[in-house]
Design a protein around this ligand. Sequence first.
Ligand code: H79
Length: 439
Amino acid sequence: QEVQTPKWAAETPEQKKERMAWWQEDRFGMFIHWGLYAVPARHEWVQNYEQIAPDVYREKYFNVFNPDLYDPKAWAAQAKAAGMKYVVLTARHHEGFSLWDTQYSDFKAPNTPAKRDLIKPFVEAVRAEGLKVGFYFSLIDWHHPDFTIDRVHPLRNDQAAIAQNSQKDMGRFRQFLKNQLTELLTNYGKIDLLFFDFSYPGENGKGHEDWDSEGLLELVRKLQPGILVNDRLDLPDKPWGWDYVTPEQFMPKAWPERNGVRVPWETCQTFSGSWGYHRDENTWKSPNQLIAMLIEVVSKGGNLLLNVGPTARGNFDDRATERLDAIGQWMKYNSRAIYGCTAAPEKFEKPDNCLLTYNPTTNRLYVHLLQWPFKTLYLPNYRGKVKYAQFLHDGSEIRYTSRSSAEAGGHTTVTAGENDLIVDLPVVKPQIEIPVIEL
Ligand code: H79
């Protein structure tokens, strides 16, 4: 079917590619979920899960939000050291609390004991580290008086509250979204990325008509022409309505497609399950799992946006810091297999227990060894496709043969295929979480 592209969204495929080039190159960003929910510290959806009325929630947490350890320079430094290239902060999450000095709500950081705009120093610190800056902006607002109660609202079972829906004016709420976006995209310099969250169209839900998604996007594109926008505005059939798709806490089997075409994609992931700081969660992923996750995402042509939930005092807790440090230690030696990389060409089959990434500019293939084999790694049908092999972490040569030469050397029991390469590895795994062979 013919889809009309509005004038303000007109762009050639080359222009779009150019606009997204940094993001395609960088591959790895930090998500930060920070709001009043860091105080209860039991999930950023606590207000919904425990069906806490907005006034009760505000009464409990607003006046005790006192982030005395807030140091956005430390956040930015930790992101940079982990190898992340962009940072996306929740300007306002579903609870409706704004981290900046918005004119359009009094439910904002400057009115808490924090007593200041928390976004301005964040943007400055991230830029000072040479990283790109993004905002997460919730479409949902459980605090705004004009936001009607629907199936994801904390008061969804409260009949008296639901009866008030007819007095609410979603038109005013739509204007509120535009007003807040105008502040965020006008007062903080160049903003590189915007993560809207989220639409749930259908019965008793909300979608593009409730938000005026086209109007929001038009405003965003006018204020920040270079910005990247995610796919949660409920404009799925409009190719101009999003820049990339966003599987949440989910690893796609293969590079995601729309209408048979591979699309830019980014999975957002957590350390432990919740996004906001969760004190008691016991499901933290190991450093190895997180590094393998980053590799797998890039091996399928995507980006990873890995989340940290700072505490109510404003710092990253030790569990998060430990993992960021481990990722940074790996990235320090192996980032060449991540930045500028994508899925390997089809002619390269994945060896056993490995993942492949590929840099099309340098023509290097990276074999990531998730399991350390015993002395020999078989590269299926790589014969004639490889000039040289080395470890990435220390630049040391790796020797390889093919069957005929292995047999000539007395290895008569080699059962590799005619066109396989037989790689000689040390018995002891090198001191790096996931070793990478560069071909
Ligand atoms: O900000 C983080 C989460 O708080 C937020 N997105 C990330 C980045 C998020 N949490 N959950 N979701 C997005 C999707 C939630 C879907 C559900 Fe439902 C809410 C499943 C059940 C309730 C919406 C309403 C879909 C079905 C009913």
